[in-house]
Design a protein around this ligand. Structure first.
Ligand SMILES: Cc1cc2nc3c(=O)[nH]c(=O)nc-3n(C[C@H](O)[C@H](O)[C@H](O)COP(=O)(O)OP(=O)(O)OC[C@H]3O[C@@H](n4cnc5c(N)ncnc54)[C@H](O)[C@@H]3O)c2cc1C
Length: 491
């Protein structure tokens, strides 16, 4: 089947009847439910964009000859990698990089694991074959995916098997001749329920060895699989119009707790079954982390461009753009943007073929960028907040502007250097929705945590960084310093 259109995505979602709960109710149809319908439309817009920019967004499937999504493309040259990244950035531009889980994120994972599948075969060749087949299936059917990696936050001092309710986290219940039964909770699934299928993978390193094996699972199932429940957090799309909430009314992806109530997974959809060693090596040994990081850094370049554009328009609108500290704050964002772009450039131009023949970006550049952005993004948001000042609170709604009595007042009172009140507030509401609304706060939280705990990531980065050349450099330097060491004996 060729790449999906927006209408096909919505039709499939409507018919799937995924088991989604929100605000204490079961959702009958996410395509019309107020909490989901707008982000569903944005997802549909992404799929339509594949056809609007087909020369960039589609390619010919090596398997069927159909036109399929470029974000499933397996790059074999640096030019391929750049083509793939351009498609990623086309999608990101639609939301200003605010849909962290546009389908390309997990398409990168599926592609990488599907190609570099031999790790899964260590236990049974069937698992390697499953990963390969799933890549083909997802690409040919343009499957949209959510994923879930984390055990519930019960007691982080203890391994899963030591928890007071050791079965609270997703675990293996039974192996059968036709598949496995799994039970327990996982979090968090962004876009849980509004996608076709869910990938379950391990994230944090499982240090308890064999005792972690019951929790060491990787598989994929359709979101309407019996027993699978998505328990969504409260929606931040509060049904206001797009003028009032330009971001939350379109890109509120939602995050869900996922509960597997004795869910059956057929063997052909299992990649890892009860093997903590394979789980711990999955993301690095398949290079999935590299291709996912490439998508993330490409997306975050667009997100930074979007933020910079808002800041520059805001500065100009209220005539603060010539003040020294204001310019300095703009420079901070520009430096962040150029730094991210440089990481991306280095990653692509230093890319090498891996042992499976996939052109794989330079992970050093991407790893630095993915560790840095969670630290810098809160600062970028803070700059926008500082520069917007009271303007981020003086934001009447569109209805206020239409009110006979107060409309003309707010239009006059909120005028700016170069805009009427109506236009100025439209811009400031965008800045507010990115920084201070529930949606904006969630974006900052998302950037900080979505790749994992930045503290643990930073520790891993420190451990793995090749420190010796720098230590040696200074040792050599010290050795060349002229010394006249005093001759004394330590007491
Ligand atoms: C908006 C949002 C969307 C998300 N979407 C997804 C998704 O789609 N799919 C998915 O799988 N996950 C998703 N996540 C989850 C994300 O992967 C986790 O938040 C992240 O990995 C951190 O894990 P945690 O939340 O369990 O934090 P914890 O590991 O519980 O950490 C909480 C705090 O305790 C500290 N801490 C914990 N353990 C230690 C330790 N051993 N030593 C020192 N300090 C420690 C941490 O540094 C942190 O400050 C999402 C998260 C957010 C916020």
């Amino acid at each position: 089947m060729p790449a999906k259109t927006g209408a096909q995505y919505k039709e499939k979602l409507k018919n799937a009847k995924n088991n989604i709960y929100i605000h204490g109710e079961r959702v009958d149809d996410p395509t019309t439910h107020p909490a989901f319908q707008n982000v569903v439309q944005s997802m549909a817009d992404l799929y339509d964009l594949q056809y609007e920019k087909s020369e960039k967004m589609l390619y010919t499937s090596p398997q069927t000859g159909d036109k399929v999504g470029m974000t499933f493309y397996r790059p074999e040259t640096i030019d391929d990698l750049i083509k793939r990244r351009e498609a990623i950035q086309e999608w990101a531009r639609l939301s200003g990089g605010l849909m962290g889980r546009s389908p390309d994120y997990l398409n990168a994972e599926v592609m990488a694991m599907g190609v570099a599948n031999d790790l899964f075969g260590e236990d049974d060749p069937m698992f390697a074959e499953n990963a390969k087949n799933y890549y083909d299936y997802a690409r040919e059917n343009d499957i949209s995916l959510t994923h879930t990696l984390i055990h519930p936050q019960v007691n982080r001092q203890k391994a899963q098997y030591e928890q007071k309710d050791a079965n609270v986290a997703l675990h293996l219940v039974e192996k059968r001749s036709d598949g496995i039964i799994v039970e327990g909770a996982r979090l968090l699934a962004t876009q849980g329920g509004i996608t076709d299928e869910i990938l379950v993978f391990p994230s944090t390193v499982k240090k308890a060895g064999e005792l972690d094996d019951p929790y060491s699972l990787a598989f994929v199932v359709p979101n309407n699989t019996p027993g699978l429940k998505f328990i969504s957090r409260e929606s931040f799309d509060n049904g206001k119009n797009t003028w009032d909430h330009p971001l939350s009314s379109r890109f509120e992806e939602g995050d869900a707790i996922v509960y597997f109530d004795n869910v059956f997974v057929p063997w052909e959809k299992v990649f890892v079954c009860g093997n903590s060693s394979i789980c711990n090596r999955t993301f690095t040994e398949t290079n999935a982390v590299v291709h996912m990081s490439h998508q993330v850094v490409a997306k975050n370049v667009v997100k930074t461009e979007f933020l910079l554009g808002i800041v520059l328009n805001l500065m100009e609108s209220i005539g603060i753009d010539k003040f020294q500290h204001v310019q300095d704050k703009g420079t901070e964002i520009m430096l962040a943007l150029e730094t991210m772009k440089s990481h991306l450039f280095k990653a692509e131009h230093n890319a090498k073929l891996d042992k499976w023949g996939t052109m794989t970006p330079d992970f050093d550049a991407l790893n630095a960028a993915r560790n840095w952005y969670p630290r810098i993004y809160p600062r970028l948001v803070e700059i926008l907040r500082i520069l917007g000042a009271s303007g981020l609170m003086g934001i009447p709604t569109e209805e206020d502007f239409h009110h006979e009595e107060i409309g003309p007042i707010v239009n006059r009172a909120l005028q700016s250097k170069n805009m009427e009140g109506y236009e100025r507030v439209k811009l400031f509401r965008l800045a507010w929705d990115l920084t201070m609304s529930a949606f904006g706060s969630r974006q900052t939280h998302y950037e900080y945590y979505f790749f994992g705990d930045p503290v643990k990531m930073g520790m891993t980065y420190f451990e793995q960084f090749n420190k010796e050349p720098y230590k040696d450099y200074v040792q050599d330097f010290l050795e060349k310093v002229k010394t006249s060491k005093p001759n004394y004996t330590n007491v």
